[in-house]
Design a protein around this ligand. Structure first.
Ligand code: SF4
Length: 368
């Protein structure tokens, strides 16, 4: 992969909070902004876009038009994603689940049907799932996704009450009734299963969790557990409307709700078929210095998307890197940076000329 391929990023759309870049020719592993994320299992996260039309009040990645701290958004060229997915699937072996998600809503990706169809053609693929709020789709679109080979939608719905759902999304036009209608249509008329994954935001949607669970048990989840309640977790750059519950309180509250409603909310065992698999190799150790070329600003202020000067032309070994820097870094600048984090092959680096920066609480971790 030659460095000149970096120039193929395309300035695309000016938005309220920043600029959307269409990226190509950049390593698809190494950043949470886009591409692929491997956490050492047979589930490979596929992140085609960081764009989101809602501005949920608890969003861990501070997405949407009302964000005051996002600067750039990213959309990936389809071929780049599929080429990388093929390589990673071959490395992982048979039985891969591709889970389409990201720092936005992948339902906004313009090539979503082609992405699903391309992932389905990969011989190692077992399951294709996606996380979405579904409101941007139509009956026709979900039929196309089913034909392309999508197996499961993990539906984000946090309230069935129409007003509360719009308040949680901080979006007046968001209508959860349409989402419910489309989810039920999908389960009844296509091969796609739908499960619902509400975020429990304590003090705000307490009364909605049992309602959502009752709906899910009655109408969704043909093959997988119909409801997976998620704990609201405060992230440094995420929106923080309330204090988060402790994990123990959360599990106790779920068990209590199970007793009160008679509905199963905690699913033990391995209902989703997740298996440990060898992770991709880590080309850079924490503390190692790497020569990087700045591609553009990152999603958040103070972050920059960068690519090592030396690349091998392989998804298995090449990485994108997020530089965290107080100083402004111009595009195409070459900097030496020290790797400060490489968990799950997500690389954060600090320019070695300045003091090392704290990157604790970088958003996007454990989001879904
Ligand atoms: S929680 Fe999801 S849908 Fe809501 S703003 Fe964040 S990315 Fe968008």
């Amino acid at each position: 992969m030659a460095n000149k391929t970096l120039a193929r990023k395309v300035f695309s759309v000016q938005r309220g909070t920043g600029v959307v870049f269409r990226v190509s020719g950049i390593p698809m592993v190494g950043t949470l902004y886009f591409g692929l994320v491997d956490r050492g299992t047979n589930v490979v996260e596929v992140r085609p876009t960081s764009v989101c039309a809602l501005s949920c009040i608890f969003c861990s990645v501070n997405a949407g038009p009302k964000s005051r701290i996002r600067r750039n958004e990213f959309v990936v060229e389809l071929d780049d994603l599929l080429d990388a997915a093929r390589e990673v699937a071959h490395f992982k072996g048979r039985g891969v689940e591709f889970h389409i998600d990201g720092m936005g809503d992948p339902g906004n990706y313009d090539r979503l049907v082609d992405l699903v169809a391309g992932l389905r053609e990969i011989p190692e693929t077992r399951t294709i799932s996606m996380q979405t709020r579904l409101f941007m789709m139509s009956e026709d679109k979900v039929r196309q996704l089913a034909e392309a080979g999508l197996d499961r939608i993990n539906l984000s719905v946090d309230a069935l009450d129409v007003g509360l759902a719009a308040d949680l999304a901080d979006t007046e036009w968001y209508d959860v009734r349409r989402v419910i209608e489309l989810a039920e249509y999908t389960v009844r008329n296509t091969s796609i299963d739908v499960i619902v994954s509400p975020v429990w935001v304590p003090g705000i949607n307490d009364g909605e969790i049992a309602r959502i669970a009752a709906w899910a048990h009655a109408a969704l989840g043909k093959k997988w557990p119909p409801v997976l309640v998620q704990k609201y977790v405060a992230h440094r750059r995420g929106r923080k409307p309330v204090r988060e519950m402790g994990w123990r309180t959360f599990w106790e509250a779920l068990r209590r709700l199970e007793r009160e409603t008679g509905l199963r909310l905690v699913f033990e065992g391995n209902a989703f078929g997740i298996e440990r698999r060898a992770p991709l190799p880590k080309p850079y150790a924490v503390g190692e210095k790497v020569r990087l070329r700045v591609v553009t600003r990152g999603i958040f202020a103070g972050e920059y998307l960068a690519v090592p000067l030396r690349l091998r032309g392989s998804t298995i070994h090449d990485r994108s890197v997020t530089i965290v820097s107080h100083a402004e870094l111009p595009e195409d600048a070459v900097v030496t940076a020290r790797v400060v984090e490489n968990k799950d092959n997500i690389y954060l680096a600090s320019p070695s000329a300045g003091p090392p920066l704290s990157v604790r609480g970088v958003p996007g971790r454990n989001r879904r």
